[in-house]
Design a protein around this ligand. Sequence first.
Ligand code: PEP
Length: 251
Amino acid sequence: MNRRALLAGNWKMHMNIAQAVELAQAVAKAGSGCTDRDVMLAPPFTALASVAQALQGSNVLLASQNVAWEAQGAFTGEIAPPMLTDIGVRMAIIGHSERRQIFLEDDAMINRRLRAALAFGLTPVLCIGETLRERESGATFRVLEQQLRGALQEVSADRAEQIVLAYEPVWAIGTGKTATTAQAQEAHAFLRGLLADMFNKKVAETIRILYGGSVKPDNIDELMAQADIDGALVGGAALKIESFERIIRFQ
Ligand code: PEP
């Protein structure tokens, strides 16, 4: 199955509006010749509307870094799905390890966010991944299965087909340590098998599985050469056009 590559930049809590617009314009220019792959940017909430305008007419997809599970209401500090679609956001990162670890989001909460995103027409980019302790104790697959099943509770096969999955080993995020291509491919193949088991073969073969964790210009080509790696979710290296452009242009 030929899945379209997706190169995604997560800007986390970086960039004021002027910096965000400048980088978004540079990414739009860099991605303009790339017709065989998708590019996604996830700026901080404060820059989303300005970046949406800057990306008009380009093929770069706009994502939020999280999304609430209700359409409106008393949820101080949260942003509702219709508020995002209203300004042109198409995708939403959900369950990033920083949300899980620092803000204590659990699988049940992530499941609510994911189902709301789907219901309101946002494509979820669901992040899962094990900690170093879990990997070293041999619990990687058990943890991945628990996170995947937890996030996709009560999601139908039709809906599941629309999500993007990101495997992000926590020990490789922002640490400069990348999983070896063999470790990444092994986890991706495991996840694809699990999706076939949870839904069906078509869902498993349709869903794009991104790798995230210290992706850089010098490891992107090797990662993208793996059968089950369909793209990358990039943090640090997405903040500079030189490195992100090279990642977009993986060979
Ligand atoms: C991330 O934030 O999802 C990430 C993978 O960060 P980095 O590329 O900096 O490790």
